[in-house]
Ligand binder design. Structure first.
Ligand code: SF4
Ligand code: SF4
Length: 128
C-alpha cells in the first residue's frame, strides 16, 4: 500500500520516516521525496497489514499521511496506444501486450507526473 506523506518545512528537517520505522518496526520503502520552501512530500510503500499502524504513527509525529488506493489512472477510451508514455515513465509502468495495446502496472507508479504531461490524448491522470 502506498501512502503520501506531507510535512511542514520544519518537519522536513526531522527524520519522520526513520522515527516511524524505529517506533513500529515496519520496513518502509521511500519511492519518492521532495522538499520545497514550504513543505515536504514523500511517497512511501508499506505492507498492507501495517498501513494503519504506520499512518497513525506518522500523524502522531505531526505529519499527514494519505492512503493512495490508486495512482496513475488510464482512460482506455482516449488512449490510441501510441506508446509515448512507455518511453517517458521511469518506473516501467507501461508496456504493450502482444496485440500492441497498452498495459498499465499501476503498482509501480511513483506519481512523478511525467506521463500525464506527455500523453497527447490526455488519457492519463494521477490520483493523489
Ligand atoms: S501516451 Fe497516452 S495515448 Fe499514448 S499509449 Fe500512453 S496513454 Fe495511450
Ligand atoms: S506518474 Fe511517473 S511513475 Fe507514474 S506512471 Fe506516470 S511516468 Fe510512470
Amino acid at each position: 500500500m502506498k501512502l503520501l506523506v506531507t510535512f511542514s518545512r520544519k518537519r522536513g528537517r526531522e527524520p519522520v520516516i526513520a522515527q516511524v520505522v524505529r517506533d513500529t518496526g515496519v520496513l518502509i520503502n521511500v519511492e519518492r521525496a521532495q522538499i520545497d520552501s514550504h513543505e515536504g512530500e514523500a511517497l512511501i510503500e508499506v505492507p498492507d497489514d501495517a498501513c494503519e499502524l504506520v499512518r497513525e504513527r506518522i500523524e502522531a509525529l505531526g505529519a499527514t499521511a494519505h492512503r493512495l488506493d490508486r495512482t496513475v489512472v488510464h482512460n482506455r477510451e482516449e488512449c490510441v496506444d501510441c506508446g509515448a508514455c512507455i518511453s517517458i515513465c521511469p518506473q516501467d509502468v507501461f508496456s504493450f501486450d502482444t496485440d500492441w495495446r497498452l498495459v498499465v502496472d499501476e503498482e509501480r507508479c511513483v506519481l512523478c507526473g511525467k506521463c500525464e504531461l506527455a500523453c497527447p490524448h490526455r488519457a492519463l491522470s494521477l490520483q493523489a
